[in-house]
Design a protein around this ligand. Sequence first.
Ligand SMILES: Cc1cc2nc3c(=O)[nH]c(=O)nc-3n(C[C@H](O)[C@H](O)[C@H](O)COP(=O)(O)O)c2cc1C
Length: 178
Amino acid sequence: MKKRSLPLGRVYRLLEPGPVVLLSTAHRGRSNVMTMSWHTMMEFQPPLVGCVVSDRNYSHELLRGSRQCVLNIPEAKLAQKVVGCGNTSGRRTDKFARFGLTAVPAEKVDAPMIGECFANLECRLADARWARQYSFFVLEVVKAWIDPAVVSPRTIHHRGRGEFMVAGRTVRLPSRAK
Ligand SMILES: Cc1cc2nc3c(=O)[nH]c(=O)nc-3n(C[C@H](O)[C@H](O)[C@H](O)COP(=O)(O)O)c2cc1C
């Protein structure tokens, strides 16, 4: 099979892992929510998650200032709100009000959890050494919540340029990974 060269600017469209999450933050009386798909697991336990939060985003400032956040995992039914939160800045807009998202107090961090999401991961900033150079943050999940009624979550996965995949069939195969 003949393959063609792929422009480097499109590489992210193959590797973006998803699921798309909503990153919520709070600092000095302001709270915010931002859509994020550039994240990766880095350790099983304690769970470490690396993520890119661009310094052009208001959330970068709130995350760096508070050193805390929540990763909220939405299902496809929230897709319009998710896209809305990813195309609006919280600098001048209260996105919770604008997109009808419910801020629920978290247990271990000041950032709010989003009630409509089926899972919420309360995180503390574990390492910001690459924040300046790459806007890369390492988060430690200190408390995790899951809705037991959601068995096969229909998470959304970003493919770039407004294309998303919705999680589908589960297949079980032998695997030595945890
Ligand atoms: C599907 C999707 C995925 C996104 N992923 C990221 C990401 O991983 N990192 C990032 O910095 N911005 C990402 N963004 C862009 C931010 O969500 C966007 O700039 C947002 O308006 C920032 O909001 P804020 O200024 O209130 O923090 C994404 C946007 C969309 C729509």
